[in-house]
Design a protein around this ligand. Structure first.
Ligand code: PBG
Length: 327
């Protein structure tokens, strides 16, 4: 059948039918909300390049997590900014480290929120790289040893899931082994499997104080030009025992999300990163775009591409909007 008998617009004539034929929807269940926790007391500071996103000191973070839970968001991902940095990032495996303290407080006060920890070193090292630096580059296998200590300490202190983001070879296997050896065989791993060396991380690095002091991350994070290599990374992590795989960033990488969705049966997470957030916020503030509508469209497109869940700084905005009846 062809035009004029066939008319595609029939299914767009009224809101009722548009709702019925809608293929992709956003819900609370899609959302993971990032939370930045820092040292100090009574601190709630807005991140200048990420309006609406704040860093919280330990005494303030619980209230924020409660708000996130009350909005109906199922999960948070925690990022820490420690008081003291060192060459190897030892705060990450210290049971009195910033993340460990935050985990204990959050788990006691808001036990029903699912807490994921970002597992990396860049916020904790003096040089800002994602592991142990040797001869000007991150030494892979020494970093794996420290990753093992970090995840065991996170889970011991209450993390529900760990999310290694350092793009070290063998990190998922090393972490799985360390968790299993410590009896944490129920704890899943969400691997930042296809993480690109992206300029979209700029605002996050300001938020987390994690800008590398020298060089960049191109010896461990992926070249934005490579899609087949992303699939290779995903499949390696699946083999090593990842429970969820991630593509990061999301918006410039919808093709990768789509291909990953086709290539594995595992749940796929997409990280709608800081630069993607800040661009929309900035243009919205200037009155150049409708912030809420663009936010909705971007997140819908990430889901349409194949993501099962999205880490996004818009999580609270989206949940609020849904609670008020949607866009
Ligand atoms: C590493 C990490 C980064 C982000 C999440 N985890 C920074 C990086 O790789 O440089 C970026 C997130 C964002 O831009 O929103 N700990």
């Amino acid at each position: 059948m062809k035009f004029p008998k066939l008319r595609a617009r029939r299914l767009r004539r009224k809101e009722g039918i548009r709702r019925l034929v809608r293929e992709t929807s956003l819900s609370h269940e899609d959302l993971i909300c990032p939370v930045f926790v820092r040292y100090g007391e009574g601190v709630i500071e807005e991140i200048p390049s990420m309006p609406g996103v704040f860093r919280y000191s330990l005494d303030k973070v619980v209230d924020e997590v409660r708000k996130i839970r009350d909005l109906g968001i199922p999960a948070i991902i925690l990022f820490g900014i420690p008081e003291h940095k060192d060459e190897v990032g030892s705060d990450t495996w210290n049971d009195e480290g910033i993340i460990q303290k935050a985990l204990r407080l959050i788990k006691e006060a808001v036990p029903d929120i699912y807490v994921i920890t970002d597992v990396c070193f860049c916020e904790y090292t003096t040089h800002g790289h994602c592991g142990v630096v040797k001869d000007g580059d991150v030494e892979n296998d020494m970093t794996l040893e420290n990753l093992k200590k970090q995840v065991v300490s996170h889970v011991k202190n209450g993390a529900d899931m760990v999310a290694p983001s350092g793009m070290m070879d063998g990190m998922v296997r090393a972490i799985r082994e360390a968790l299993d050896e410590s009896g944490f065989y129920h704890t899943p791993i969400m691997a930042y499997s296809a993480k690109f060396a992206s300029a979209f991380y700029g605002p996050f690095r300001e938020a987390a104080e994690s800008t590398p002091a020298f060089g960049d991350r191109r010896t461990y994070q992926m070249d934005p030009a490579n899609a087949r290599e992303a699939l290779k990374e995903i499949l390696l992590d699946v083999e090593e025992g990842a429970d969820i795989v991630m593509v990061k960033p999301a918006l410039s990488y919808l093709d990768i999300i789509y291909r990953v969705r086709e290539a594995t049966l595992l749940p796929v997470c997409a990280y709608n990163v800081s630069g993607e957030y800040s661009m929309i916020k900035a243009a919205g503030r200037l009155g150049w775009i409708d912030e809420k509508k663009v936010m909705w469209e971007v997140l819908t497109s990430i889901k349409r591409a194949g993501a099962d869940m999205i880490i996004t700084y818009f999580a609270k905005d989206v949940a609020e909007l849904i609670n008020r009846g949607g866009i």
